[in-house]
Design a protein around this ligand. Structure first.
Ligand SMILES: [Zn+2]
Length: 321
């Protein structure tokens, strides 16, 4: 049996920067014509992202950034990388207008309470098109579910999928569009005619048909046990469809943990005024959770993080556990 590191070997010209939960993974694709980074992490880690790219590229410049979607943990390095190298920024077609107007109603940063340094887009990723990166052809595949505008990238030749937050080794990203009621739109989140759970199922079905040999997710290590990952994603999706309030509870905990990873210390005094005013937290509470006040919602979320081992409290301050 082939050793794991051989099975997970990347083609030459492809480099994976495995990051964490605050910053997405980055994939650097290099060929004689161009160097492209797919996803740039969170703004707090932008200098580290630049160092990782620079160390790998040496003296040659980064020509292009591509974002699978515009969540803050995937595009937070864009502005700094452009200032450094003057690189082009290419985003999914559906996000171009919002990003170029820096429309805080359409972009998700305000609705999640997260930060992002503004940038503009020079080009659009069209679903169904083929782009050449790292000497390989990659098909752009629309992947709504976690985010309505997200895409994933598929290389048929090497059977590699860059799956963003549509498929992880265990599960997938929060199905944010399901937090809002029908006809509402908060951030880049809209409850359309088709439920986002159905969209998530459709992208899992599409991924299953690809028969990928290797998946590079938006978070966590690359993996090749793709059927097992799909099984666990389908099981999770079945649970969430049956009990959408679980998606809402999970979303609120994820949003609070993200703020804690960003800020590292959060004073519990006054947290509820601020946390309870975040659009997606309000939407989750209004549609699913039903807490009567921002403080009871926040108390529940803080306790849930502490119980789950994701946070600890010290003298009225919440810290990462
Ligand atoms: Zn995301």
């Amino acid at each position: 049996m082939e050793a794991l590191h051989e099975r997970l070997a990347l083609p030459s010209g492809m480099h994976l920067f495995e990051r964490d939960w605050l910053s997405s993974n980055g994939v650097l694709l290099v060929d004689p014509d161009s160097a492209t980074l797919i996803d740039t992490g969170y703004v707090k880690h932008a200098a580290l992202t630049r160092a990782l790219v620079s160390n790998t590229l040496g003296p040659r410049p980064l020509d292009r950034v591509i974002n699978t979607h515009l969540h803050s943990d995937h595009c937070g390095g864009n502005a700094l990388l452009r200032r450094t190298w003057g690189c082009q920024i290419v985003v999914p077609r559906a996000s171009v207008a919002a990003v170029n107007a820096w429309d805080s109603e359409q972009l998700s940063f305000q609705a999640t309470g997260q930060r992002c340094e503004p940038f503009t887009a020079d080009g659009a990723l069209e679903s169904g098109s083929i782009i050449r990166l790292g000497g390989m052809d990659w098909e752009v595949i629309a992947a709504p579910g976690h985010d309505p505008d997200s895409v994933v990238l598929w290389c048929e030749e090497h059977r590699i999928l860059i799956s963003a937050d549509a498929l992880w080794q265990r599960g997938f990203g929060v199905i944010f569009p399901e937090l809002t009621g029908p006809g509402t739109r908060i951030g880049a989140v809209s409850a359309g005619e088709l439920s986002a759970f159905s969209e998530q199922r459709a992208i899992l079905d599409r991924i299953a048909k690809l028969k990928a040999h290797l998946v590079i997710p938006g978070h966590g290590p690359a993996f090749d046990e793709v059927d097992r990952a799909l099984d666990s994603a389908y099981s999770l999706l079945d649970v969430l469809c049956a009990e959408p309030e679980r998606n809402a509870r999970h979303a609120v905990k994820v949003l609070l943990k993200f703020l804690l990873l960003d800020q590292e210390r959060i004073d519990l005094q006054g947290l509820s005024d601020w946390f309870g005013s975040i659009g997606l937290v309000q939407a989750a509470n209004q549609h699913y959770l039903g807490f009567e006040s921002a403080s009871s919602l926040t108390d529940w979320a803080v306790s849930a993080l502490v119980r789950g081992g994701a946070a600890r409290i010290e003298a009225g301050t919440m810290l990462n556990a």
